[in-house]
Design a protein around this ligand. Sequence first.
Ligand code: PBG
Length: 338
Amino acid sequence: MTVPSGAAVGFPITRLRRLRYLPAMRGLVRAVHLQPQSLVYPLFVRHGRGIKQEIASMPGQFQWSLDRLEEELAGLAGLGLGGVMLFGIPATKDATGSEAYDEEGIVAQAVRLARRVAPELLVITDVCCCEYTDHGHCGILAERGDRCDVDNDATLELLARQAVCHARAGAHMVAPSGMMDGMVAAIRRGLDAAGLSDVPIMSYAAKYASAFYGPFREAAESAPQRGDRRGYQMDPAAPAGQALREVELDLAEGADLVMVKPALAYLDIIRLVAERFPGVPLAAYNVSGEYSMVKGAAARGWLDERSVVLEMLTGIVRAGAQIVLTYWAKQVVHWLQP
Ligand code: PBG
């Protein structure tokens, strides 16, 4: 006898609405559960004192100076979040982004602060050059005849130094986001040589050249001064399988977790990576533009923010992401409380 699948039986025996009438019944058969410990909250830190400067294109998100960040971290500590992701705005920018690997750089200081005031909070740092370079690109620039491009291999050394700097300051995990070939291997080697072999790497493995990063570039003051990032970030119209190659290579280089970014226009990529690499923790970045467009519509009364956000995050998790980086992390914790 074959076991009947739900699909084999039709109406009127099968009535899918039976499981939808009661809230408790819907709850019972739910498969996707948002939980605070799967959410990572991005934070922007800068030098100075008394600064909690709202980012115009991201209402409710701020650039923090360390003294104000301290209060924020203390408030975050008890929420049960998966962690925070730190982005730094340096005091000065130069061609090689030297503050990025300075022990007194803003991120290193913020990491030490976080470890002191919120010891139970997982601290992740973004490892990239774009916030630190005066030209705003994710690596060192090389002039190549008629084009000006990021020098992949020369950038690797800087990324490794930055990761080591963050990990020495106490970062629990580093997250390279520059889409340089070989970045994970270079960082792994750097960390291991520094005696930091226990620090995992979350690679922004499949990161697309996206217009949805617009508001972030205001937040992190990291817009490229000329050109764009299409020479290193992925083409949205590339074959989906290219994302699998990126993930595969990063894993071979020693990535412990991988990320797909942005999330909403790339749910197919999330699903593909989740299915192909079921044993690898997968994160998705619900990026700044995804935040701003909902905020903008909600402010005009066009959308109900809470419902829309919970639905979007549910979709990202249902697609296969276990971890979601989102500017709503803090608010979601409150929304999820019964
Ligand atoms: C740095 C970086 C970016 C984001 C995360 N890390 C910007 C970019 O690549 O231009 C975007 C995050 C967001 O939009 O929320 N390379």
